[in-house]
Design a protein around this ligand. Sequence first.
Ligand SMILES: Nc1ncnc2c1ncn2[C@@H]1O[C@H](COP(=O)(O)OP(=O)(O)OP(=O)(O)O)[C@@H](O)[C@H]1O
Ligand SMILES: [Mg+2]
Length: 483
Amino acid sequence: MPKSARDILLVEDDAAIATVIIAALEDEGFAITHCASIAERDRLLAEGSFGVMLTDVILEDGDGLASLARVREQAPDLPVIVLSAQNTLDTAVRASESEAFEYFPKPFDLDELVHAVRQAWAQSAKLASDDPEKPGEGEGETARMPLVGRSPAMQTVYRMITRVLRNDLTVLITGESGTGKELVAEAIHELGSRRTGPFVAVNTAAIPADLVESELFGHEKGAFTGAIAQAIGKFEQAHGGTLFLDEIGDMPPEAQTRLLRALQSGRIRRVGGRQEIAVNVRIVAATNRDLAPMIAAGTFREDLFYRLNVVPIELPPLRERREDIGALAQHFLVLAAEDGLPRRHLTPEAIARLEQRSWRGNVRELRNVVYRLALMAREERIDVETLTDIIGEEVVTATGGQRMVEEGFGPALAAWLASETPPSGTLYHRALAAFEKPLIEHALGRTGGNQLRAAELLGINRNTLRKRIGELGLEPDRFSQTS
Ligand SMILES: Nc1ncnc2c1ncn2[C@@H]1O[C@H](COP(=O)(O)OP(=O)(O)OP(=O)(O)O)[C@@H](O)[C@H]1O
Ligand SMILES: [Mg+2]
């Protein structure tokens, strides 16, 4: 059967999905040839030429992505659109490494798919004679993917990640504390074309304001009091690799200006130095602050924001992707076991219970909770009862929290007084401790256990904080960011 120029090959073993796609594309005037296996696909490709191929990943006789090399041999210019229900970062990355024209995690928007087919069609017509060079098979890249979660919200993140792997565009990652911003920055480096270069992270919030510039750009001997020797800054250290500027919202104004200049010129000058040094770095920045009001208030430079925000990646809070909680919890149980804690497993009911919590501390809080469970649970199986024994019921529900916001701490105090009968003469200190403990835990959680930053956040003296941590029996290490 001779193929017309508008022929499309659809490799999909789910009959229902195939029917929907065929109907939508036929409406657009395309002619569709449909098959459900890799063997049939190869036979059809040998027989005739197609303008675009759409393929599922898991097929009855193999992996539609892994076998794409064979398709490339027969039809090097054929644009391939990948459809997949395997919604992992791994699939997204493999699709992008196979040079797929587009990748659509299921369920996908039919209109978007039709649009992509039209674009692929146009490219295929134009590229007929052009043969871009292709990198080797991406088979070796599928080791262990750092990011867990298959929710639709994470699909958007994965697609954005795959779009920046083969270029050096500046990325700005935003999202609440503990949502995985640093992990995404690492993934971009590890999976991207700069993976053989260094990955250098700078946490702006953890450096005293007057040392930020020297930290970033280095300094010459004698540049300021205490500069006893020349020092190389993070920019120079990251040469050829990726520079991760964490907590960018906390950068002092002068450092912002110098950073902007460095980004514009691709050159830096060490503090106290004369000569400009060219640096080749890919910038990934992150912040858990909302930069818009800071720009409005003049504390964050608008021009710097536009320089950084070339590719924005927004990480969703955990409460907006509850379907990922189970997979994340299992993942952390495995990590905990690798870290030497006993191997435990959660019953489906216990996971359902975890899914209901509010997770203000996002994935970091979930990770800490799971480690605590692995440490404390006496039996291999963690059921709802063990779970509540160890981590308790959540005190403030979403609606209770709203009431607190409206009515202040009064109702919460009344509830606490009703449940406590402290000996006379201790009431004030006990109430204070009951209030202070979650507050300090919150501050430590937000700063990853960094006491200096927690003290700044709270607006109290660092020594006072350290003393209270001891008195309240808190363990700052529990909040530490070592992932
Ligand atoms: N999708 C994920 N899959 C697996 N682990 C994750 C995921 N997201 C976050 N984590 C883990 O959760 C912890 C917190 O993540 P990370 O440090 O990247 O958060 P962050 O957004 O940078 O937070 P902060 O704003 O407080 O710096 C880390 O231990 C990280 O490994
Ligand atoms: Mg971080």
